[in-house]
Every structure is written in C-alpha cells, then in structure tokens.
Ligand binder design. Structure first.
Ligand SMILES: Nc1ncnc2c1ncn2[C@@H]1O[C@H](COP(=O)(O)OP(=O)(O)OP(=O)(O)O)[C@@H](O)[C@H]1O
Ligand SMILES: [Mg+2]
Length: 384
C-alpha cells in the first residue's frame, strides 16, 4: 500500500508543487490548509509522514507540532517542517517542538522526495529494531527491596551512575505508578514520564516513543521516571512493561529497573524480563524475614534462582548486624556484596542531586557501590 503524506500549507500553489512530485513517486498525498484541518486530518487519515508549513492562517505550525507530539499515539509520527523562515532561531524552535527535520523554502521538489524517503526509512528501521528480539543486546537488571526504605533507589541511582561513568549506555527506569524519589538523586524535574507510555498499546511502545520520554543526566545516563503528579498516576500493564524493557534493552547496554517492594503484575513482568534480579536487604531480623518472603514470591513467579542475588545495605552499621553468610543461609541465595553505612553522604548526595559514586568518590561507601557495579558487570547473566 502506498505510504500517505499529509502536506500542510496555506498556499494552494505550494501544495501542488510539493504534492505532484510525491504522487509521481508513488506516494498518496493528502493536504490541509489550516492547523485545525491538519490535526483533524492526522486523526482521520493516519498519514505516514507530515510536511508542515510554519505560517498558517489559524495557528502556528509550531503549535501544531507541539499538539502532535503531546498526543501519545503520534509521538513518533515522522514530521518535516518546510518553512520560508530561514533564521537559526526558527529552525531551533521547530526542531525543539519535535520536528524530525527542518527544510527551508525555496526547495527543489527532488530534495523533498529524498528527505521523505530517508525519514520514512529511518522510522521503519527504528520500529523494526524495537520489534525484533534477536537484535536485543542490553542486560536488564531489576532491583527490588525486601521491604520499603531499605535503600533500593539510592542503590539504583549509584549503580546506574557508576555504569554510565564507565561509558556503558545505561537507562534507569523507575517502574512506579506514582511518585518516586529517583528524580531527586539527579536534581531533575522531568517533563515526560512513564505515564505517557502507560497510555500506549504495547505495539506502540517503540524506540521513538520511549526515547521521547527519557531524561538525560549530566553523567551520560538516561532516566525514565515514574509519574510525578497525581493527575499522571498510571498503573502499567504487564504487556506494556515487557514491550518497554525489550525496547530499552535494544537501545542500551544496561537497563536498571527500580521496582517498588510491593508485588504487582507490572513488577512481575519486569522481574521476568530481567537477566539479573537484585534483592536489597538490611542486615536485621525483620528485613531478613521479609527477604525470605520475597524469595518465596520470586519462586512462585518462576524467576530462576540463578538470576537472583542479594545486596546488603548496612544503612545503620549496627554492631549486632547479621553477617552476609547468615543472610545467605537464611535466604538460600548468594550475597553479591555489602554497601556500608553513610547516612551523611547519602543525604548530602540527595541534597545536591549527584549520586555518591560521583559526588564523593573517595569515600568507603562510594567504593563499595562502584565495586558492586563491577561485580554486576562480571556476573554471567542467567538466560531466559
Ligand atoms: N548506604 C547508606 N547508608 C546510610 N543511609 C542510606 C544508605 N543508602 C540509602 N540510605 C538512606 O536510606 C533512606 C532510604 O533510601 P531509599 O530511598 O534509597 O530507599 P528505598 O528502598 O528506595 O525506599 P522506598 O521503599 O520508599 O522506595 C534514604 O534516606 C537514604 O538516604
Ligand atoms: Mg525507592
């Protein structure tokens, strides 16, 4: 079936000049002369690509661009701005509004045809990679606390940072339906969160849509954060979680997932997708008992025992703390290592928004965290 191109321009002559050569190349062309018409036609005609002028009688092309990108199902709709505005600020504004390309008028129709072909091919490649499990490269590491408040998010932030500082491509995902604390570890106020993806069908959770929700950090890693505002509260369905983590694993070396400790079907899907599951425990009796319950739950969910490792976070450095071998015996699975107590450093890192491995690299806690990251890299991932 011919691919459909929507051309939006208020001048009939321009619509013909661009539309005709595209039709001659076998594309189906539909047109709109106002912003409102364009938005309506995008919904009705489902074009494969849009060519958009910036000066329209009712609204600006930039506004149309924003509206397209704010619609979850249109986040990856290929979009070329074709405008008479040649100044740099207009170009930047157009690209920041979400256009894939910015082309200035006058333009040779042959260039437009070539750009349309190029952008459609690029979009196709991105969607293919996301859908093809054999292209998968990255490792999914899921962290789950045996109970709340044991230091899981702090560990996630530091492991992900450590891996990124070692030049691995890393995405940290905060798989929560509502407010979490991962953003604070990087002093971020995210503009896009998981809630956008939670609205999409699993088949639409592809590389382009997921990339649009990632927040870059100065350490070179990317974050996909849980919703921050109550109105964005969304539970993810297991199929959406699987699509998300598979898509991310195709794009990165490590996907580090921070899970809430309470069981959920979304959490189960993340644990099933992971090659490594880290159970975070404190060395005290009630946490160890909670750890036993977690190990039992993971068994019931058919998470392979060889994927599971325990990380001890000794937050209070108690003299009576249980030893790693006692914890190993109680839980029946291997302890990967212990993170030492550092309440002041943990608080100060959170206040400045730079994880301890970067903000206090010479401290004991930072070296236990960095070593943990190295041990995780060295683990032989359990196959699925
Ligand atoms: N190694 C450590 N030493 C001392 N305090 C720590 C350490 N790691 C984390 N903390 C502190 O423990 C508290 C809980 O940490 P964190 O938010 O990471 O836990 P969590 O398990 O993710 O909690 P939640 O269940 O609410 O998601 C925070 O105040 C944090 O600063
Ligand atoms: Mg947490």
């Amino acid at each position: 079936m011919a691919e459909k191109i929507l051309i939006v321009d208020d001048q009939a002559l321009m619509l013909r000049m661009i539309g005709l050569p595209l039709e001659q190349e076998g594309f189906t062309v539909v047109t709109a002369m106002t912003g409102a018409q364009a938005l309506q036609q995008i919904q009705a005609d489902r074009p494969d690509l849009v060519i958009l002028d910036l000066v329209l009688p009712d609204t600006s092309g930039i506004e149309v661009c924003h509206r397209i990108r704010q619609t979850p199902t249109l986040v990856d709709l290929p979009l070329i701005i074709l405008s008479g505005q040649t100044d740099l600020s207009a170009k930047i504004q157009g690209l920041e509004a979400g256009a894939d390309e910015y082309v200035t008028k006058p333009v040779d129709p042959k260039e437009i045809v070539a750009r349309v072909r190029g952008l459609l091919a690029r979009t196709h490649r991105l969607r293919q990679t996301a859908a093809d499990p054999s292209a998968r490269q990255g490792r999914i590491i899921t962290l789950i606390g045996v109970k709340g408040g044991v230091g899981t998010t702090t560990l996630t932030a530091n492991l992900a940072t450590s891996l990124a500082l070692r030049r691995h491509r890393v995405v940290a995902v905060e798989l929560r339906p509502y407010y979490g604390t991962l953003a604070r570890h990087f002093k971020l106020s995210p503009t896009a969160t998981l809630s956008t993806l939670a609205e999409l069908a699993p088949s639409h959770i592809n590389a382009a849509n997921v990339s649009a929700c990632l927040q870059p950090t100065p350490q070179g890693l990317h974050l996909l954060l849980g919703p921050q505002r109550l109105k964005d509260y969304r539970e993810m369905q297991p199929e959406q979680v699987t699509a998300l983590l598979t898509t991310l694993a195709n794009q990165t070396d490590f996907v580090v997932v921070d899970l809430p400790h309470m069981p959920s079907t979304a959490g189960r899907a993340a644990l099933r997708a992971a090659q490594t599951v880290l159970a975070v425990v404190e060395p005290e009796p009630s946490a160890v008992a909670a750890g036993q319950a977690l190990v039992e739950l993971l068994g019931a969910w058919s998470i392979p025992a060889q994927a599971l490792k325990v990380v001890v976070v000794n937050r209070i450095q108690a003299a009576l703390a249980q030893s790693p071998s006692e914890i190993e015996r109680a839980l029946g699975c291997g302890v990967l290592g212990t993170i030492t107590a550092a309440p002041d450093q943990a608080l100060s890192a959170l206040t400045i928004g730079i994880p301890m491995v970067q903000s206090a690299p010479a401290t004991l806690v930072a070296s236990t965290l960095a070593e943990m990251a190295d041990r995780i890299v060295a683990l032989k991932p359990a196959g699925r």
